[in-house]
Design a protein around this ligand. Structure first.
Ligand code: SF4
Length: 382
């Protein structure tokens, strides 16, 4: 379903919008306070962006290092091409009626896992990783109260980009994340576990996203949600219309990147933005989300051009290009437009345009264009 259609019921619910606005206002104030007192916040953001870029540029080597470390510590790495394969691997590792708790993350949501909280008495756990340190094969989670001291099997689920090469890289990211995520100077708890991990590494479109030199910057994301808290579109629609993947501005980038721009949700998400730039201003790893959205809009248009049957929008644009490509044709179009506008107008305004153009008048009236064009007036002036 297109984003705009999925958002319609949410737009008609002012009370959840009010709740979201209040929560976002509080979160923004906390984030601003946590970063204002830090004189080198900008340098820290630059360092974070550089670490993530360097990691993504050489991700293959870091993943090999991670696999070697996990194996050396007695664990095993399982590679999942997509969400269905990840779920199959997990059910093979935790067969039958194994009672397993879940430490959720964006990636466990992405593959559709649901379940109860993991605790010290849980026999097995599926843990959504926050980061994985390649040099030692260590799992890192940052949720308060999530201890990783389960006695049984630990199945870890992570996106391939959640890898961090070294502990000193992690140190920088762990200064950025709590400030952007919760307006805190540090996480109340950071739990780690090395050894005996069954690590499921998920691709699910990431390799394709990495191949796009511009688009790959989105994979710098460290899942802090700060961009959601400042987004005027998210404030009005909430998470649901963004579909099963990530919500908010980074979701509008990642869902089409990972799933492609051919399906209706992936094709509409890059347009679910005012391009106001607030998301880029707060992002702790300096992702230029508006720039990526514009880049994806170009991909959507390209993919429509490749369709055997052109869309009505494309036909309309081709018609406009044809009429504007020649001076005489353009002037005739203006004369015809003035005639049609006169037929459709009531009290000097057009309230409903026909066909595809009707989308414009769904939300606003159109002033009637003057009978005489500027060019005609210019020629006839004394
Ligand atoms: S894109 Fe940036 S601000 Fe948004 S969740 Fe990711 S790291 Fe946070």
């Amino acid at each position: 379903m297109r984003f705009a259609d999925a958002a319609r019921p949410e737009l008609a619910d002012p009370s959840s919008r009010r709740t979201r606005r209040q929560a976002a206002t509080r979160a923004r104030a906390r984030q601003a306070e946590a970063t204002a007192g830090l004189p080198d916040w900008e340098r820290l953001r630059e360092a974070g962006a550089a670490i993530r870029d360097r990691t993504l540029r050489d991700l293959g080597a870091h993943l090999e290092a991670l696999e070697a470390s996990v194996t050396e510590e007695g664990g095993r790495v399982h590679w999942a091409r997509d969400a269905a394969e990840a779920r199959r691997i997990i059910s093979r590792l935790l067969p039958g009626d194994t009672e397993a708790g879940l430490v959720r993350s964006d990636v466990t949501d992405e593959i559709g896992l649901e379940g109860g909280n993991a605790g010290p008495h849980t026999r097995a756990a599926v843990v959504g990783a926050r980061f994985l340190v390649a040099e030692t094969g260590t799992l890192v989670v940052t949720d308060p109260g999530e201890s990783l001291t389960f006695p049984g099997t630990v199945v870890v689920v992570a996106g391939i980009e959640d890898t961090v090469p070294t502990w000193s890289d992690l140190e920088v990211l762990l200064q950025l994340l709590p400030r952007s995520e919760a307006g805190r100077r540090m996480h109340p708890a950071v739990s780690t576990r090395t050894g005996d991990l069954q690590l499921v590494l998920l691709d699910n479109g990431r390799t394709r996203a990495l191949a796009d030199e511009t688009g790959r910057a989105a994979l710098r994301c460290i899942h802090c949600s700060a961009c959601r808290d400042v987004c005027p579109v998210y404030e009005r629609t909430g998470a649901r219309p963004y579909g099963p993947g990530r919500a908010g501005p980074i979701g509008a980038v990642l869902t089409p990147q990972l799933g492609g721009v051919e399906a209706s949700l992936g094709a509409s998400l890059p347009f679910a933005s005012t391009l106001c730039g607030a998301c880029a201003d707060v992002c702790p790893v300096k992702i230029d989300i508006p720039g990526l959205l514009v880049h994806l809009r170009g991909e959507v248009v390209e993919s429509r051009r490749r369709r055997p049957v052109p869309t009505p929008e494309l036909l309309l644009m081709r018609g406009l290009a044809w009429s504007m490509g020649d001076e005489r044709r353009y002037e005739q179009t203006l004369v015809r437009r003035a005639r049609w506008a006169g037929l459709l107008a009531r009290d000097g305004r057009i309230r409903r345009l026909p066909g595809l153009l009707g989308k414009w008048t769904d939300a606003r009236d159109l002033p009637v264009p003057p009978r005489q064009s500027f060019r005609a007036w210019w020629r006839r002036r004394p």
